[in-house]
Write a protein that binds this ligand. Sequence first.
Ligand code: C2E
Ligand code: CA
Ligand code: CA
Length: 431
Amino acid sequence: MQALSYPDFLQAIDGILHESREGGRHCAALVVDFEGLADLDGVLGYAVVDDIVDHGASRLVEALQPSDLVGMVGRHQLACLLHDVPGEGHAVLAAHKALRVLTAPFVHGERRLVLAPRIGVALSKSSETGADQLLRNANSAMRQARLQREPVRMFERSADELLLLGIDLWSDLGGAIEDGGLFLVHQPQLDLVSGRIEATEALLRWTHPQRGPIRPDMMVQVAEGTGLMPRLTLWVFNTALRQCAEYRRAGLQAGISINFSADDIRDPEIVDLVAQGLDLWGIPASEVIIELTETAVMEGHPGALEALWKFKSMGLRLSMDDFGTGYSSMARLLQLPLDEIKIDMTFIRDMTTSPAHERIVDSIIGLGHRLGLSVVAEGVEDAATLELLRSLGCDTVQGYLVGRPMPLPELIDTLVKQPTDRPQESLRQAP
Ligand code: C2E
Ligand code: CA
Ligand code: CA
């Protein structure tokens, strides 16, 4: 059996779906996309890339059951229809089988190319699922897999809604970066030794004209899945530095902490862009902290590690965000030029009521200090937690108790213009 063209494939699926419905059986569709294949067009030529996709289709034909169908649904996309699938588990198993044959190297001349397929899976559960809808569902699961950087993903309706939102956000976010709509808020960080606000964390906000406020983690997910992240971060970085310069001029002598994602530190231009930003806004590098999550730095992209060391040599400080929630290996941690770790708020929230959480926080602070790192606790909401953290030797706290994330004018108002009401004063340790 050969891979079918799209119209033949669609027609064949329609027939099969009809038969299965009559017999009370289910079918499943897989949609396979190859990440980065479009980039190879320019390097290897269109004909070679088409050849690779054809070859992938033949592998699928061999690997699947003779009654299953394989078709082309786009230049870099293949789809399969699986006959008579008892349930989701079977469909996912078949997807993993497809993944295995497609991740085996493709040989082209001297080269061995290893592709990164993303596979979306959807089941024809109801009589309403026609061929077109089934493929759309599998396609949407495939895009979700791409967003989440997973090889295989099952279609879920809620994820589909998220994805639709993602598409809207993607088209609007590009515009918002260019012409406003985005803004930053700053959350103060209190140094427990000096009793001063030594830095603020810049956090991204976006009020969408129709949808209202969009959660920043959602924005980051969309930006990461659509390649917008470096542009978005560049906007955040420059805006954060400009606003930092502004509050320093207003009398708040504090640095600034800025969140970077895995995509940013892989961007080959990032080091130069950061250097230009520092120059432009006149903020000393030592006052700027780059926050990265464990997952971002643990992915082990060689260019990323190099960028971190360059940041370090420029005098910037590096912080590991959400510490304790990722999958750090200690060996890897020691390779990173870190200055700070931020204990995730899930540990902080329960530390006054759960001795186990308190012990974890105590150990992280000990570990951080032994590695020569400064330790920040996030999500501090009450005075009892702050006092406990102080007694454990934590260096800095951030959380609603010290201050909520606020726009620049409010930050200046609370921290500079109303000195009697300064949170850092009231939280300073009694002599
Ligand atoms: P994060 O970096 O861990 O940021 C801290 C989050 O905790 C913020 O949520 C902040 O508002 C919230 N928070 C701070 N203090 C408290 C507290 O006392 N209690 C509770 N319950 N929450 C507190 P936010 O602003 O919604 O940001 C969520 C996440 O979105 C951030 O988590 C970060 O991962 C991401 N993010 C935000 N802005 C940016 C950005 O500019 N770039 C990137 N790459 N990611 C960003
Ligand atoms: Ca952060
Ligand atoms: Ca965090």
